[in-house]
Design a protein around this ligand. Structure first.
Ligand code: NDP
Length: 499
């Protein structure tokens, strides 16, 4: 049995970050584990209500009493570019810390997650250099301008599955539009984001980026419920999202919600078969299968169903699961023991409920310490099966056959979620009809994943509220103010004067 090494010597204790200084929270100590060997590697000091008060005071002070929110666009672009450079200059250490928290494959962290994290800052630098406003002239002689002003103090809540890539989208947008931010990473994966906050102390003035640590129902909920917060940007599960929106609603705090998914990956007989097969494997097994946009329900047209499923299973059997530090690894560990057990329970129940486990479904037999499972595929008895309706959030695919376009559309939309749909076909009328019929915020045609940051990203139905992306973020992280000015003095009604 192998016991994989920690990627990096872990920090003994993880604390918060307020006013560009380490902050020792008032709450309890929470253990943090490395998913690759299951061992406790550190403790995190939880921030409680008093600590959130301090973080909000600090951010408020900077927002209200310094010139941060009024910086020129040129200066703000310099700040964003400097943040990007900090990530690139520290990419090795940040990557190892991200791996320590998440168990994601180091090669992918360096090659994708951190490149994206750095690019998020460049993207918003480019975006604000092009930002333009609205003006309206009217025949009564008024000029009306629409100003976009920073929203204020924003709370950013990030999940554990891609901490750097997802949280930096929020941080970069908050900074680009002149806000002060308080970030709460998942308590399971604090290492890379606390390191980033520390590294940014030479670039961001104190109070612009504070970071609080702790569990969602304690630290997260105190942040969301705080009356000094002007926006909440949340990425996480649908159940948590409902709670967060309800807590924020008490203060009428606007929220964006990037939530879960159970996305349909629809493969038509008219598809480029090999590309569709590759795409289906990438769609479900990338990022250790732990991604909101995973193509987890694979719908395949009957004519090619048996062959496609058989080849998918054969390829799945060859996937290399193991040490996230090994360059050859394709799937690493699941992020926590509790999550691993939850995924495995779907495979156990599937058989009882009439589904058929085609491959996988077990913990890796030579790996009893790390949280490794066999990549799994199930033939669902129908789309009503649990494995087709619940977000499993792991390397776990469910197959369902369909006959016609109409049936594919009906099955694909038969879910509470609506984040992404994948369509594989070389027949243009099919592509047009099916993409227009999808009840999802994003449709990918003949490609497994394509995130265009200028375009909105987010979900229909229970997959989200609001969107992230260039213009969507501009709207969310700013307040609109309408200013009307007469171009020449107007004749006003003289109250109290003789008529
Ligand atoms: P959770 O919903 O469990 O947690 C998300 C974040 O919210 C964590 O930081 C968590 O803290 C925090 N949190 C939990 N409870 C509360 C609360 N009451 N108030 C405030 N904050 C709270 O999601 P996971 O971390 O398990 O992430 C996986 C989920 O995220 C999946 O459903 C996935 O689909 C979704 N996701 C969506 C994306 C999208 O863009 N649509 C992208 C990536 C993931 P802690 O963990 O410390 O308890």
């Amino acid at each position: 049995m192998t016991n994989f090494q920690n990627p990096i010597d872990p920090p003994e204790i993880v604390k918060g970050w307020i006013d560009n200084k380490v902050h020792h929270g008032k709450g309890k100590e929470i253990p943090v584990f490395y998913p690759g060997n299951g061992s406790q590697v550190s403790v995190l000091v939880e921030d409680t209500e008093d600590d959130i008060d301090k973080a909000v005071e600090s951010a408020r002070r900077t927002f209200d009493k310094t010139d941060w929110s009024k910086l020129s666009v040129e200066k703000r672009i310099e700040v964003l570019e400097a943040c990007r450079q900090v990530i690139l200059d520290n990419i090795d250490e940040l990557a190892l810390l991200e791996c320590l928290g998440t168990g994601l494959i180091l090669r992918e962290i360096k090659g994708f997650h951190l490149q994206r994290a750095a690019y998020n800052f460049r993207f918003f630098a480019q975006y604000i250099s092009q930002a333009h406003g609205e003006r309206y002239d009217n025949t009564d002689g008024y000029l009306t301008l629409v100003n976009r002003e920073p929203a204020g103090v924003v709370g950013l809540i990030a999940p554990w599955n891609a901490p750097m890539a997802l949280a930096t989208m929020k941080i970069a947008a908050a900074v680009a539009f002149g806000n002060c931010a308080i970030l709460k990473p998942s308590e399971q994966t604090p290492f890379s984001l606390i390191k980033l906050a520390t590294l940014l102390r030479d670039v961001l003035p104190e109070g612009v980026l504070n970071l609080v640590n702790g569990r969602g129902p304690v630290t997260g909920s105190s942040l969301v419920s705080h009356p000094g917060i002007d926006r909440i940007s949340f990425t996480g599960g649908t159940v948590t999202g409902r709670q967060v929106m309800s807590d924020a609603g008490k203060q009428l705090t606007p929220c964006t919600m990037e939530l879960g998914g159970k996305s349909a990956n629809i493969v038509f007989a008219s598809a480029d078969y090999e590309r569709a097969l590759d795409g289906a494997l990438i769609g479900i097994f990338s990022n250790n299968g732990q991604q909101c946009l995973a193509g987890s329900r694979i719908l395949v047209q009957e004519k090619i169903f048996d062959k496609f499923v058989e080849e998918f299973v054969q390829r799945t059997k060859k996937i290399k699961v193991g040490d996230p530090l090994n360059d050859k690894t394709e799937i690493g560990p699941i992020a926590s023991k509790q999550h691993m057990e939850r995924i495995l329970s779907f495979a156990e129940n599937a058989q009882k409920e009439g589904d058929k486990v085609l491959v996988g479904g077990k913990r890796l037999s030579d790996q009893k310490t790390g949280f490794f499972i066999e990549p799994t595929a199930v033939l669902a008895s129908s789309n009503n099966s649990k494995v087709c309706q619940e977000e499993i959030f792991g390397p776990f695919a469910s197959f369902v056959p369909f006959k016609s376009e109409e049936e594919a559309i009906s099955i694909a939309n038969d879910t509470e979620f609506g984040l992404v749909s994948y369509i594989w076909s070389d027949h243009m009328p099919t592509i047009m009809k099916v993409s227009e019929s999808m009840r999802s915020g994003v449709v990918w045609v003949n490609t497994p994943m394509m995130r265009e940051l200028r375009a909105p990203f987010g979900g229909f139905k229970n997959s989200g509220v609001g969107r992230e992306g260039g213009y969507s973020c501009e709207q969310f992280y700013t307040e609109e103010k309408t200013v009307s000015i007469p171009k020449t003095p107007l004749n006003l009604k003289k109250f109290g004067d003789e008529l």
